[in-house]
Design a protein around this ligand. Sequence first.
Ligand code: GLC
Length: 438
Amino acid sequence: MTDNRWFTDARFGMFIHFGLYSVAAKGEWYASIEQISAEKYRKYFETFDPIRYDPVFYARLAKQAGMKYAVLTAKHHEGFCLFDSACTDYKSVNTPIGRDLIREYTDAFRKEGLRVGIYYSLVDWHHPDYPAFGDPFHPSRNSESARNETCDFNRYLDYMHEQVRELCTNYGKIDLFWFDFSYEGHSGADWRALELTEMVRSLQPGILINSRLEASGGNLGSLLTDSPTPWAGDFITPEQIVPPAPLKAPGNAPVCWEACQTLNNSFGYTADDHVCKDARICIRQLVDCVSKGGNYLLNIGPDGNGSIPPWAVETLREIGTWMNENHESVYGCGESPLPAAAFGCRITAKDNVLYLHVMQQPVGPLPLSGIRPEDILYARMLATGAEVEVLTEGWAVENYPDYTFLSLSSKSNETQLLPDPADTVIKIVLRQAAGPFS
Ligand code: GLC
């Protein structure tokens, strides 16, 4: 089993979707959804010139937001490569921008001390040996002219494997490889996944690989079963959802997972998508993931020039302000052994410390279940260090002997407005590591 500690300690990463589709500004599935012909799509390639593509800025922003790693699309389903692959001409160095955008990314992120991940699409809508006609997603799926009798999927697999080899060889240490995605007839052995996984692991010892050599955003793969395949990967990738409970394999063994989420409703830049999530929403999603033992991979989609939309920059900076004060409740933390009894709360945990995330204005004292007052060494506001009183008596709480109450106010039955309405974190240090309390 690969050592995944850096990943489970990190908890928070940046996803970056960037490609020719960023210019079309309708999301990364645009070519498929609108069944755009190869000829029409070619103009994006011929004119691709994102002069504001600036991974140094992206990396600093990620770091400021408290993210510890990133994953960038080296090739998305459209088939266009942001790296200088010897296997194809369909790459950024052959467009007006003329640069290897992956090299700039790996250099910049490493320099900021962030771990580096590569997203690589197994699906390829450009390669002539990727079956087009009749495929459920290919832009030319309904075009008679795409009935390519000479299409040889094995030739595509050779190409795909070679590109993965290039990415694992030419860009220094890669911490994480993010394949995307599998579907019926294109899954596991169909990708020659065993050979591929072995190659990636031998070229990049210690690398983490996601589950999508056999899975997708919806189908979570065999890591959740008692007989994972050899290409099941190291972590599961639920998409656009935070699992309702920690993910476990049979026997209750925790399974490593990472939820990828968009900042609006799109991964690739979409000019018309104005559902902009604010910092409060993202902080709570992050905390929700950590409280269930998962990671949060939050996406940005730079526009056709390479700029991150200003509202997204703002959101990330505000997340950073919260992380500055509260990161201790995220890094290295995981699933809580105790339930969060109070309305709108989550608990993250590490050794003998519980972090109670209060995300909803409580009325009066905050109940904790599964713990007694004498189990608590102290409770304090994480952001300020101010003491939070553990109530042992008081008319409002004495009717609930199964609960321990914390008071945010010096007068136990008064309401104190939450200092941080997004998420006020209370650090609860226990006398011993939290276990089943009797
Ligand atoms: C999906 C989509 C893709 C996106 C990815 C991110 O598989 O096909 O557009 O890149 O999920 O999780």
